[in-house]
Design a binder for this molecule. Structure first.
Ligand code: HEM
Length: 75
């Protein structure tokens, strides 16, 4: 498994953790038991998703700028 697919797997499984946290937040909201720490259980995986997601978004552009392109080099 190379680094990029490890990042993709991490993003995939963190999305499950985030989903559980959203359900947990909703249940606590319905029970009227809101608290800062409850919100943080969703915020923390969301921040990890954002970082790994932005990295995956940038990957194709990073790959293009590293691969020599005859068309671009000729220009
Ligand atoms: C917070 C900002 C997020 C950003 C910037 C982001 C970005 C991305 C990107 C760029 C991809 C790769 C798409 C491709 O195949 O080219 C991806 C895949 C994915 N994202 Fe996100 N994402 C974010 C949040 C989330 C959230 C909140 C969830 C679900 C709770 C999620 C679930 C997934 C899943 C399941 C995949 C597919 C992973 C795989 O291929 O195994 N992401 N995301």
């Amino acid at each position: 498994m190379n680094g990029n697919s490890a990042i993709r797997q991490f993003h995939r499984w963190t999305s499950i953790v985030f989903m559980v946290a959203v359900i947990f937040n909703t249940v606590m909201l319905v029970l009227g038991r809101q608290a800062t720490w409850v919100g943080l259980t969703a915020l923390f995986p969301l921040i990890l998703l954002m970082i790994t997601g932005l990295y995956m978004f940038a990957l194709p552009y990073l790959a293009k700028s590293r691969t020599p392109s005859p068309a671009r080099d000729a220009a």
